[in-house]
Write a protein that binds this ligand. Structure first.
Ligand code: ARG
Length: 564
């Protein structure tokens, strides 16, 4: 059991509040002199009708402390707990060594399914840096929930429906001369799309032509369908290159078009439940009572909308996966859209809508300006990753001229630096991506964490093994070792919190914490000490650090090269 959890259980017995609740109250004091864990008693004052300091006194007198806690001390309204360093060392290090890379895993999710929708790119549109956050955040959540024992379903809700496909066909036939070979990449398709908008400004009739082609797609016309499916094939082929680089996978690519034949029952039900209203020919759900713009279900020409497809998708996911939670990792620009969709589901009587979460996030932009598809000025994620790998290779050549497989390391580190950039801050924050920051091997970056992992590997390689069965934990109770052990021991709790809040960055921070503690331990102590017992204990701690860093990096989607 995890440390905070054990402490929460002990507290629960004295104060009579659920341990699950109490675990969220426990704090980590900024200064270890004030203890390793702190329990604030303010919140008990009301129910216990006593002053917080008195409550702290009473708990202190009656609590039976878990093994790894040496003593408890009252400090005003706080109850501070001091870990017994030797016991904590034994508990944490032996746990990590036994569990290996499954460290921090749990069975809490067994029997429950979490749907994670992420990336959700648009067909024949660029996979640009703006999609980075959705892709890496969602992929991280996917791994995190899996680690906690949940069944996870990764869904790429492709943007593969809408009038723009009519425009694409017009552009392809007119200016691409219908030449599939010449136009067979997303970049070419995007150029054609941009051209369509330029030309349509001068010639209105192009829009009518586009509408006619889209109608043909809707009617399953063979020529139109062939082109539509070809756009999809090209886009998926191009985008999979990026997914491979990022190590990202999906269980389902059911996109918007998949719901074409699943919307009628939803529309019928809305009508039966008297939720539909006619508004200027369009069918809407009026949400003014909830201070929201109406959710448009059918346009006046009867066409369905983005929201209609999301209503069908939500129902389909519930029916297919019977999810415990259904996450939508989508930018905050769509806050209103998801609020509307969730509200309509609620009005339809879907009580499970409470389990649907819009996991929103801020914008990513590059230091040198933002992006717009229409104008064709766009930064492809693939180019960003390639540039990062190239820049990393230069740094590696300089720093580690003797490294054998520099290309491989540069790939892992270069891609990792970009992923890390999107996962080092709370997700709602807008991010301005800077190469200087991302590729700094000494800052709080992915490369720094990977470098620390490689340092652990190097120490262990040179040492040629240690005796895992005979570790004298009293030899790793100096301040630097104790701080490192505490940081490693915190990871399982952090992983759970990351899932609770859908915030993978908490793991990034936890990993950095372990890394900086490890580097302090490394410089303060001679790991290869002359005393065999000391050496053995320090090597065990190095191995535990290596495993914890690697596990943390894996969960947020970074590789951990052994040499760099
Ligand atoms: N394809 C959309 C876009 O790029 C995102 C889809 C979000 N997911 C959803 N279920 N609506 O903006």
């Amino acid at each position: 059991m995890d440390n905070k959890q054990q402490l929460a259980n002990a507290l629960s017995k004295t104060v009579g509040i659920e341990a699950e609740e109490l675990v969220t109250w426990i704090e980590t004091p900024p200064d270890p002199k004030m203890g390793d864990y702190a329990f604030p008693c303010f919140r008990l004052a009301k129910t216990m009708r006593k002053a917080p300091p008195q409550i702290a006194q009473e708990i202190c007198a009656s609590i039976s402390l878990p093994d790894f806690i040496g003593r408890a001390e009252v400090a005003g309204p706080y109850l501070n707990f001091f870990a017994n360093k030797d016991t904590l060392a034994k508990q944490v290090v032996s746990k990590v060594l036994n569990e290996g890379e499954a460290y921090g895993s749990s069975t809490e999710g067994n029997g429950k399914t979490v749907c994670v929708e992420y990336s959700s790119i648009n067909i024949a549109k660029p996979f640009h840096i703006g999609h980075l956050s959705s892709t890496v955040l969602g992929a991280a959540l996917y791994r995190i929930y899996k680690h906690l024992g949940y069944e996870t379903v990764g869904i790429n809700h492709l943007g593969d429906w809408g009038t723009q496909f009519g425009k694409m066909i017009v552009a392809f036939l007119r200016w691409g001369n219908g030449d599939k070979e010449k136009c067979g990449s997303v970049r070419e398709l995007v150029k054609l799309y941009v051209r369509f908008h330029d030309e349509a400004e001068k010639d209105e009739s192009l829009n009518d032509e586009a509408r006619a082609w889209f109608k043909k797609i809707e009617d399953n016309d063979p020529e139109a369908m062939d082109l539509f499916l070809w756009f999809k094939e090209i886009t998926l082929r191009d985008v999979k290159k990026v997914y491979d680089m990022l190590g990202v996978e999906f269980d389902s690519y059911a996109g918007e078009s998949f719901y074409q034949d699943k919307m009628q029952p939803i529309v019928d039900e809305l009508r039966e439940k008297n939720l539909l209203k006619l508004d200027d020919g369009a069918s809407i759900v009026d949400l003014s009572e909830y201070d929201m713009a109406p959710c448009i279900i059918l346009r006046s020409d009867g066409a369905t909308l983005y929201a209609t497809r999301d209503l069908a998708a939500a129902n389909y996911r519930k029916a297919t996966y019977d999810f415990y939670k259904s996450l939508y990792v989508v930018a905050y620009q769509q806050n209103l859209h998801f609020k509307q969709v969730f509200k309509v589901l609620e009005l339809m009587g879907r009580d499970w809508v409470k389990d649907c979460v819009h996991v929103n996030f801020g914008m990513v932009s590059m230091e040198d300006g933002t992006l717009s598809t229409r104008k064709g000025k766009v930064l492809y994620l693939e180019d960003v990753l390639d540039a990062s790998i190239e820049k990393t290779l230069e740094i590696i050549k300089e720093k580690s001229p003797d490294l054998e497989d520099k290309e491989n390391a540069a790939r892992d580190v270069g891609v990792g630096a970009v992923v890390w950039g999107a996962l080092y801050n709370g997700r709602i924050k807008d991010i301005v991506f800077s190469w200087k920051k991302a590729l700094n091997f000494d800052g709080e970056t992915g490369p720094y964490a990977q470098y620390t992992h490689a340092r652990c590997c190097s120490v262990l390689r040179k040492a040629d093994g240690f005796d895992k069965e005979n570790i004298d934990y009293s030899l790793i109770n100096d301040d630097a070792s104790a701080a490192l052990i505490k940081a490693i021991g915190a990871l399982p709790d952090i992983i759970k919190e990351a899932a609770n809040k859908n915030e993978p960055y908490l793991i990034s921070r936890g990993v950095i914490d372990i890394c900086s503690c490890f580097n302090k331990f490394y410089f303060d102590n001679r790991i290869m000490d002359d005393d065999a017992q000391t050496r053995n204990a320090r090597l065990a701690l190095t191995e535990a650090s290596r495993i914890a860093i690697k596990t943390g990096l894996y969960l947020i989607g970074l590789k951990a090269p052994e040499k760099m």
